[in-house]
Write a protein that binds this ligand. Sequence first.
Ligand SMILES: [Zn+2]
Length: 83
Amino acid sequence: MNCHEIRSMADAYVDRELKGLEHGRVENHVRQCPACQQWVRMVQRTRDTVRTKLDRGRAPDRLTERIRATLNDAPRGTFETKG
Ligand SMILES: [Zn+2]
């Protein structure tokens, strides 16, 4: 695993969403790579900030709304089969 892979997985690693094997791999790399250690710490700090904001209950619901709108706009019968 290289630093680029670690950084692309850092989000999931911090959120503990990785499977045991992958989590171990990232952990091993981070333990011996100061640059990635810093990266993970940075991601962690960002997460904490977001969580703090969420706790305050002022999280904008715009993304959820946009997703809902996209789903409503999706054409019906896309998966309809003939017969
Ligand atoms: Zn690294």
